[in-house]
Design a protein around this ligand. Structure first.
Ligand code: J2J
Length: 534
């Protein structure tokens, strides 16, 4: 089972030739900025500010101390931190130490964390005491049973300096000797939105991720004056790399942290810190527009609002410039790689009605019909892609990889798109069995598997139901042995340790499931008949 599937040599060569892959560690942007403008502010987090020199020094300190404690280059780490400066400092530290982390979302619970720990067998866990799972040591011990490798646990906000992240970051010591980095190797694992029973991990290399960040920073015209609001979960690929915080660090700008995208919180932060750019999911844009309509003045400093992660209604897109007083940029990306942007000099119509075009001229996008043939311009079809920053295989998932890629290494994203003559994409639907709940992805199979573990549940299907606020919400349709109340099923799922956003918003009980010709549950019929009548 392969941890990481490399690009074929001919493509790797091309990507180097074209200057996409520059064979530097992903931390080079931070290093360069710390040398160039050490006193510029890199991160603002509440009432704390961190300069580039501080972020560089603190991540050095943590890297050095981890290595001194026996963590080794090539090891894995599982990290779960809230939106805070320490998230980035820790990320850089692990990369400097040659440790490959996965960054769990803060709203992930036992089920997700167990899965990451089981898959990666980490030697290191970095978590926060404010998280319900880590208020005491019980869960960490449980994780140790799953991964006996787990030797080191450090917490943000621990009373004991021996295992307190802040103490590890501020430890004064001589510049540590750090290992050589192989830029063609894995830097970290990104999380897949997924459509399968177990959450899949996406190996991202220094070279490929760094390219997507540099190119994104250029497309989005980032400068040292950029002040970027990170109000979505910091580990998410979008706010990490499109151009996200890493793009901002590369350009020498400032990342301003917010706990969540609530306009009541964010408008104040934008005002206070002169934020120039923010990245949101459509459901949050709805709230921002609503706040302005209700009389909250729009910010004066905001120049660009990026919207992505889920379908953005054209009617809302058209309101953004007028109501929020800034430029709109649509972003269609995926943690697996491909990212599309509308460009600032695109005609307005294009910005309102498309999800942009790929970063790179060497992003090879194919739009194919169900039989595998290329679609004509404008014809909706399945999105397949390969390119200089689109991965080539999930971590240790040989079976799944067989269906996720074609023989030429094109990845099937599960999206239905239309492409115009200039290569701009419009997302028109989805083939993958996933619910996109306000940008949070839920794999139907995962939730169905958990529902079926309830002794009274005979059959279960999770389908997307249109929702005004979130775009979609999850609806569980069930055949049960005896009548059940939704609250019992919710309790059952929570008992299994599922993240709350994956809980079905609605439960519908039916006598029998409609079936397809091959005897599988027919979700199309469920969506078209049962949901329509509810
Ligand atoms: C419709 N669907 C979209 C959009 C993503 C930048 C931006 C977003 C993500 C992301 C990302 C969409 N309109 N504008 O990683 O770097 C849906 C598609 C896609 C899936 C990927 C980035 N933008 N989507 O959302 O890995 O279905 O990444 O395949 O979470 O979100 O989800 P994820």
């Amino acid at each position: 089972m392969t941890d990481f599937t490399p690009w074929p040599e001919n493509l790797a060569q091309l990507y180097r030739q074209k200057g996409y892959w520059i064979d530097k560690p992903l931390t080079h942007g931070l290093r360069d900025r710390a040398a160039l403008s050490p006193d510029s502010t890199a991160i603002i987090c509440g009432n704390r500010a961190f300069t580039y020199a501080e972020v560089d020094r603190m991540s050095d300190a943590l890297a050095g101390r981890l290595l001194a404690k026996g963590v080794k280059p090539g090891d894995h780490a599982v990290v779960q931190l809230p939106n805070c400066a320490e998230f980035y400092i820790t990320f850089f530290a692990l990369l400097k130490a040659g440790v490959m982390p996965v960054n769990a979302l803060f709203n992930h619970r036992a089920l997700e964390l167990r899965s990451y720990v089981e898959q990666l067998q980490p030697t290191l866990l970095i978590a926060a005491r404010t998280h319900p799972l880590f208020k005491d040591d019980a869960f960490a011990s449980e994780l140790r049973d799953i991964a006996p490798t787990l030797a080191q646990v450090i917490y943000l906000g621990d009373g004991d300096p021996d295992q307190d992240l802040t103490a590890w970051l501020t430890a004064t010591q001589d510049a540590p000797s750090l290992p050589e980095c192989d830029p063609a190797g894995v830097a970290f694992y990104q999380l897949s939105g997924g459509s399968t029973g177990t959450p899949k991990l996406i190996p991202r290399t220094h070279n490929d991720y760094d390219y997507s960040i540099r190119a994104s920073a250029e497309i989005c015209a980032l400068t040292p004056q950029t002040r970027f609001l990170c109000a979505l979960p910091a580990p998410h690929n979008y706010v990490m790399s499109s151009p996200g915080a890493l793009g901002v660090f590369y350009a020498g700008g400032t990342v301003v942290m917010a706990d969540n995208p609530d306009p009541n919180l964010c408008f104040g932060i934008i005002e206070q810190h002169g934020v120039t750019m923010a990245a949101l999911v459509p459901s949050a844009v709805g709230l921002w527009l609503e706040a302005v309509r209700e009389g909250t003045p729009a910010s004066k400093s905001l120049e660009v609002l990026q919207v992505g992660g889920a379908s953005f209604a054209e009617a809302l897109a058209r309101q953004v410039p007028a109501l929020l007083g800034c430029q709109l940029q649509q972003v269609f990306g995926m943690a697996e790689g491909l990212v599309n942007y509308t460009r600032f000099d695109d005609p307005e119509e294009r910005i309102f009605t498309t999800q942009g075009r790929p970063i790179s001229e060497d992003d090879e996008v194919r739009v194919r019909n169900a039989d595998g043939y290329d679609c004509a311009v404008g014809e909706p079809g399945q999105l397949w892609v390969r390119g200089p920053y689109t991965f080539r295989g999930y971590f240790r998932s040989p079976e799944h990889n067989k269906s996720a890629f074609d023989a030429e290494g094109f990845y099937f994203s599960g999206d239905l798109v239309q492409r115009d003559a200039d290569g701009y994409l419009r997302v028109v639907g989805r083939v993958k069995d996933q619910i996109n709940r306000g940008g949070e992805k839920i794999a139907a199979e995962e939730v169905e598997g958990l529902l079926l573990r309830h002794p009274e549940v005979l059959e279960a299907a999770l389908v997307a139901q249109p929702d005004d606020r979130l775009g979609e919400r999850g609806c569980a349709i069930l055949v049960t042995r005896n009548p059940l109340r939704p609250v019992e099923l919710r309790r059952h799922l929570m008992g299994l340790g599922i993240a709350e956003y994956k809980l079905p918003d609605k439960f519908i009980f039916v006598e029998t499931m409609p079936l397809t010709a091959v005897g599988k549950i027919n979700k199309r019929v469920l969506r078209n008949t049962i949901l329509e009548t509810q």
